[in-house]
Design a protein around this ligand. Sequence first.
Ligand code: APR
Length: 310
Amino acid sequence: MAHRPKISVVGAGNVGATVAQYVVEKELGDVVLVDIIDGIPQGKALDLSQAGPVHGYDSRLVGSNGYDETADSDIVVITAGLARKPGMTRDDLLFKNAEIVGGVVDQVAARSRGAILILVTNPLDAMVQLAWKRSGFAPERVIGMAGVLDSARFRTFIAQELQVSVENVTAFVLGGHGDSMVPLPRYSTVAGIPITDLLPPDRIQALVTRTANGGAEIVALLKSGSAYYAPGASTVEMIEAILKDKKKILPCAAYLDGQYGVAGLYVGVPVKLGGAGVEQIIEIKLTTTEETAFQKSVAAVRELVEKLKL
Ligand code: APR
């Protein structure tokens, strides 16, 4: 019998529920939703199951306040934690979310030794480093979702500015998921044409700034909670690349072991995502200015990770 992939999503809040929704809508596998709040994962799983006949999916959804149902997952997505409130930075969440994510990783790693972990909880780069240490998993099986979202935001703004289809726009973002992220305009294209040939530097800079503040812009609008549709969709693109062994090049927080001159740290870089997780780190040549911005971002990530004393 064909193997039906099992995707567990810990944290059945806004991002977790959106991940579950997009996963079943694409029929990527069965979903287990886990949360500490009694009734929330069960209720959302049941509600999403009942959308199945309308959308035409047969994925099974289960909600739980425990972890036994997650046993032998192929992928575990971790979104558990606190989300930002207006005026908070992602880093303000560090210690509280480290405690939550550490506990979650212990539970899921014990029951799904072969799983690939995708971290979503912020501050992302520090959380994925923590999850890697705590799980004892090989680094290629612990990955952070950030770059797909950041580049999706950049692509949206580029498409709006040039009034072209988002499908024609590719974008490239490096570095940590935070204010120090490094969008790379010369590798960001419209139908293959670099945006540096299509837009003046001041407009590009405006789009870059808006991308770096993309999460905060939404937090300010929502007032309670942070973004979840685009983060959910970005996570599901990674899940799909892994489960279908697509070997898709996507920017993700991945463990660097000397690449880009960085060793022993998770940072956002382009990787090849396939059945084994991160199958390759794609190294590109950076200009001096890009290199300076990238190293600044790496330093910000390292500073945060050091606070966790892993
Ligand atoms: N175990 C399981 N679930 C937990 C735990 C825990 N120890 N602690 C908190 N949760 C759950 C909460 O009960 C809540 O349902 O995590 C969920 C988080 O959901 P939201 O508050 O809706 O936050 P969300 O918008 O989904 O963001 C989650 O993703 O993008 C990041 O910055 C964001 O760190 C945040 C995370």
